[in-house]
Write a protein of this length. Structure first.
Length: 234
């Protein structure tokens, strides 16, 4: 596929962000806590069955959009391999996204199980899964945090995007690992993806030829100028 067409994949990020916020603010409500009784849990999911199922079945689409965006970001980072200062950063980005997606799908599985158990009047199952669901945020936040850290390091080492965007992702990712700080990544992560996706889309990829690294006398790598060098965002 020509690079001029490949850049449309960058819009998977903004679409993911918008749908994520739609799900959070319109479909997800305050679910029963881990100390709720079985009757409370079943009453809640029976009365919120439609919203819960809509949220559950939206998860695969969100997962696909996130994977496409991360794959595109990784592919664009490959163009800078001649001058990249950290080859580990894109790997951290991809692995973090894998954990993030797994955490999101785990949440959908528990929600669907709660709806089924409540509909079939299985109080023991509903009570047990509800406790699990209240603690299933750990892989979600951990994956999101690692994704942000990997994205930040990737941007800082390649300058594929403005450096300030890399620092925002890196700091947000680190803070998200600090227990209650996870809410920072929960809201900032999708926003970062939206901004990054728009910027990547606006950048032309038709003439992106990355300069090769030239070893200087002291052993440090310096980029070789090229007329077709992609512009570096400041």
């Amino acid at each position: 596929m020509p690079k001029s067409n490949e850049r449309w994949w960058a819009l998977a990020g903004p679409v993911f962000a918008v749908l994520f916020w739609v799900a959070v603010f319109t479909l997800e409500t305050s679910t029963p806590g881990d100390k709720a009784t079985a009757a409370t849990v079943m009453n809640y999911f029976n009365s919120h069955k439609g919203r819960t199922l809509a949220d559950v079945f939206l998860a695969p689409l969100l997962t696909a959009l996130l994977i496409v965006f991360i794959a595109y970001l990784r592919a664009r980072a490959r163009e800078y391999e001649g001058t990249v200062t950290s080859r580990l950063a894109p790997v951290v980005l991809v692995m973090g996204a894998a954990v993030w997606v797994s955490g999101a799908l785990l949440g959908s599985v528990t929600s669907l199980t709660l709806v089924t158990a409540s509909d079939h009047v299985q109080p023991e199952v509903a009570l047990t899964v509800n406790v699990l669901a209240n603690n299933a945020w750990i892989p979600f936040i951990a994956g999101l945090a690692v994704t942000l850290i990997g994205a930040g390091l990737t941007v800082l080492s390649t300058r594929l995007l403005p450096r300030w965007l890399g620092w925002v992702a890196l700091v947000a990712g680190i803070l998200s690992l600090a227990g209650p700080g996870g809410f920072i990544g929960f809201f900032l992560g999708p926003l970062w993806i939206l901004v990054a996706g728009v910027l990547l889309f606006l950048r032309s990829g038709t003439d992106a030829v990355v300069p090769t690294a030239r070893e200087s006398v002291d052993g440090s790598a310096t980029p070789t100028p090229s007329a077709a060098e992609p512009p570096v965002m400041q």
